[in-house]
Design a protein around this ligand. Structure first.
Ligand SMILES: CCCCCCCCCCCCCCCCCCCC(=O)SCCNC(=O)CCNC(=O)[C@H](O)C(C)(C)COP(=O)(O)OP(=O)(O)OC[C@H]1O[C@@H](n2cnc3c(N)ncnc32)[C@H](O)[C@@H]1OP(=O)(O)O
Ligand SMILES: Cc1cc2nc3c(=O)[nH]c(=O)nc-3n(C[C@H](O)[C@H](O)[C@H](O)COP(=O)(O)OP(=O)(O)OC[C@H]3O[C@@H](n4cnc5c(N)ncnc54)[C@H](O)[C@@H]3O)c2cc1C
Length: 673
């Protein structure tokens, strides 16, 4: 790919010349301030400029095994540098987190098919940080931070990923030896999926059913050593390996794991929440779901990941659409940039708006998570269900939108979008993986719906509601009357709220009706489709509500020119949303055909305004060329040169005649059949 930034494609240059706001100001907002942007650029360059990484090698052409080995090699180059940089920066925990957060995105360019150590630096470390008592922290954290041990989070089994209460791995405590014995009693109890487990790590947090004093006390986390520290051979009783080729994540080294009478010392059960006394007495935690805490943290983190994948995909799609010319709109005119086709704008512009609104949501949710965690640390767990419902809901809505948007971006690049060098396939594979991991999205929506139905019952009984679901009161207050539509941002919000509340009511009524003949559980299952729709609509309510609040604040703090761009983005998001959800809206809102036509016209006007800002916004996402890693989306826009250069690197093009010609093709052609 061309790296010469000075020779920018003239069509792209022309677009940039027309930008009427300060792109840097947008970048500063996106990354949380000028200082953070500086830091990001420094860290990115610090790692990506390292020749030892050998980023020239296109790993997509390697075999499965070679890809894994190269990913391990590159990761070690990175982690060695990480510790060097960490020392240079001062060596505090905050410095470490700062580097890790920036590395998350840089790592995508280094190991495009996934990081074979990601679980060590995320779920493994976070679980030990958050679920251990003080002695355990002192014992394990230094070893984890120094990478003397490497770990993963082993929860999912062959038979169960969603319904974790039914995990089958057992940990049976013997007070005489002060040990647990871990067993995988069935094939379906084998751990299956944990990232980095196959051949990379030597430790794991293992979620297992705790048996003590003859009773089962539910799933609890244990730190278990899996491989010998010197030889890396599996320890006695451990059956471990890689689960094989997947749709994506090829270098994450997802693994399987079985236990046969594996002994684990007493001190290795994580004891911050549940406790087991040495005599085997079990002490329940304040809330049994505290052991699910790491999943909640990661779901919160996944919102910014979704925003960034959309930002990357739309950057590629838009830059390409500004240099690709095809199909005259007026027969006698020159072929326009394909972005001039309004359908192309419809494919890309709403995606850009989603990246911005998801970023607002990620910031909001991160703050909420922090404040609810702080409350939790003082023993107040009252808001845990709210955080759980919200993080499940948004994890599902944002990753579903993410996968859809990335695919639309690929389609918007026509044939070239199907090339690996376009850079959209790994983004898509990561998006679609995120729809499943950390809680399958339908299941996540159903969790959020439980909260909605509870809140609906609370509202009907005149109880109190958390801020985010107060709109249910408005629905109940209307007493069956429809919300009257008004075409303003807040009018759109009220319409989506009415649709969400209306769908919640339909689901609630469905359950109430079915309850007469069925158990509540069966009735809830039968209402499942309505419940997921209600939760999805609730997710959009949250996104729009937070989008409005955050963007109003942003507009007060940025230059008027950038403020107008944010206003445009918010309206784009809102109008696109209501038009896409019009079926749900019509059911519960008094909205006329004229109103809908007005919204459609409004969308066209919004496109017109956004047409000049769009390139500034995607440039403002500030993905450098090595991070964007796309023939279609590089900053210089020299798409055709990039494409031919990438094609020439195909292993098949390294010789004029492939040996299969002499081996098979020629004899076949000469055989006269
Ligand atoms: C060194 C430090 C550096 C820091 C840097 C940080 C960087 C972060 C990087 C992030 C990068 C991310 C990359 C990571 C890659 C990850 C790879 C993927 C990993 C995985 O997939 S791990 C496995 C994930 N598995 C799941 O998500 C399983 C899904 N299932 C569930 O969560 C539960 O089973 C489910 C569905 C919630 C049901 O649980 P169950 O116990 O059966 O519950 P019930 O149905 O009986 O009851 C529901 C009831 O419980 C409440 N509830 C449930 N969960 C919670 C919770 N977490 N908190 C609070 N309350 C909860 C729920 O509200 C219901 O309440 P009711 O009142 O309605 O009864
Ligand atoms: C790329 C990737 C990485 C992963 N990394 C890890 C890891 O590091 N550690 C780890 O422990 N796990 C990991 N997992 C496992 C992951 O968390 C689970 O696959 C996920 O939680 C879904 O569970 P499942 O596979 O059991 O799906 P299932 O629950 O079997 O889902 C199958 C279908 O059943 C439906 N379904 C299931 N239950 C319900 C319900 N209650 N109501 C309605 N429908 C339902 C689902 O909606 C879905 O359509 C990873 C998975 C992937 C794909």
């Amino acid at each position: 790919m061309s790296k010469n930034l000075s020779i920018v494609n003239k069509d792209l240059k022309e677009e940039r010349d027309k930008i009427n706001f300060n792109v840097e100001e947008f970048t500063n907002w996106f990354y949380g301030g000028a200082e953070k942007v500086k830091e990001k650029k420094y860290i990115e360059n610090y790692f990506l400029s390292d020749k030892d990484l050998n980023l020239e090698l296109d790993t997509s052409y390697l075999s499965y095994k070679d890809k894994y080995e190269e990913a391990v090699r590159r990761s070690i180059v990175v982690y060695k540098k990480l510790y060097k940089l960490h020392n240079e920066m001062g060596g505090t925990h905050e410095d470490f987190v700062k580097i890790m957060e920036n590395l998350r995105f840089t790592m995508g360019a280094i190991n495009p098919e996934g990081n074979p150590f990601v679980l060590h630096f995320s779920m493994f470390a976070l679980t030990i940080m958050n679920m251990t008592n003080d002695e355990q922290k002192a014992e394990w954290l230094p070893r984890i931070f120094n990478c003397n041990i490497l770990g993963t989070y082993a929860q999912t089994e062959l038979g169960h990923g969603t319904y974790i209460q039914r995990l089958e791995t057992t940990a049976t405590y013997d007070p005489k030896t002060k040990e647990f014995t871990l067993n995988s009693p069935t094939l379906t109890s084998y751990k299956w999926w944990p990232g980095n487990l196959g051949h990379t790590v030597d430790h794991a947090i293992v979620m297992a059913q705790l048996y003590s004093q003859g009773k089962c006390h539910g799933i609890q986390p244990f730190i278990v050593q899996l491989r010998d520290s010197e030889t890396h051979k599996p320890l006695p009783g451990i059956d471990i390996g890689d689960i094989g080729n997947k749709v994506g994540f090829q270098t994450v080294n997802n693994g399987f794991l079985g236990f046969k009478n594996v002994k684990v010392p007493y001190k290795n059960m994580l004891m911050k929440n549940s406790k087991l006394l040495e005599d085997g007495t079990f002490i329940k935690p304040k809330n049994a779901k505290l052991n699910y805490g790491t999943m909640v943290i990661i779901r919160v983190h996944m919102i910014i990941d979704a925003a960034c994948r959309i930002a990357k995909a739309t950057t590629i799609a838009l830059r390409y659409s500004l240099v690709r010319r095809q199909s005259p709109i007026n027969p006698n005119e020159i072929e326009p940039k394909i972005i001039e086709h309004i359908t192309q704008q419809n494919k890309i512009f709403p995606g850009i708006a989603k990246a911005v609104v998801f970023k607002c949501m990620a910031d909001y949710l991160t703050k909420l998570h922090l404040s609810i965690t702080q409350e939790g640390n003082t023993g107040n767990l009252a808001r845990m269900p709210e955080l759980h419902a919200l993080s499940c809901c948004l994890k599902a809505v944002c990753t579903n939108e993410d996968a859809k948007t990335v695919e639309v971006c690929r389609l918007s690049c026509g044939g070239h979008g199907f090339l690996r060098s376009a850079g959209l396939d790994d983004v898509y594979r990561n998006s679609t993986a995120a729809q499943t991991y950390e809680g399958e999205n339908t299941v996540m929506l159903l969790q959020a719906a439980r909260f909605l139905i509870k809140s609906f019952n609370e509202a009907r009984n005149g109880g109190s509601l958390t801020e985010g679901v107060k709109y249910l009161f408005d629905f109940i207050g209307r007493n069956g009357k429809r919300e009257i539509f008004d075409n303003s941002i807040n009018g759109i919000l009220r319409a989506i709220q009415a649709a969400a509340a209306g769908r919640t009511y339909i689901a609630w009524k469905h359950i109430e009706d079915d309850k007469r003949h069925n158990s509540i559980e069966v009735a809830t299952n039968l209402a499942g489709v309505h419940l997921t729709k209600a939760a999805e609509l609730h997710g959009y309510v949250c996104l729009l509500q937070v989008g409005i609040e955050e963007i109003e604040k942003i507009i007060r703090n940025v230059s008027p020119a950038l403020g107008l761009v944010f206003k445009n983005i918010l309206e784009l998001f809102a109008v696109d949303l209501i038009l896409n959800k019009i079926g749900d809206v019509i059911q519960h809102v008094d909205i006329s055909n004229e109103d809908i036509e007005k919204l459609e016209k409004q969308m066209e006007t919004l496109f017109k305004f956004f047409r000049t800002s769009a390139i500034g916004v995607v440039d403002g996402f500030d993905f450098s060329d090595p991070i964007i890693d796309s023939t279609l989306g590089s900053y210089d826009g020299n798409v055709y040169e990039n494409l031919i250069n990438a094609a020439r690197k195909s292993p098949l093009n390294q010789e004029d005649v492939n040996r299969t010609f002499h081996l098979y093709i020629k004899p076949f052609m000469k055989s006269n059949l």
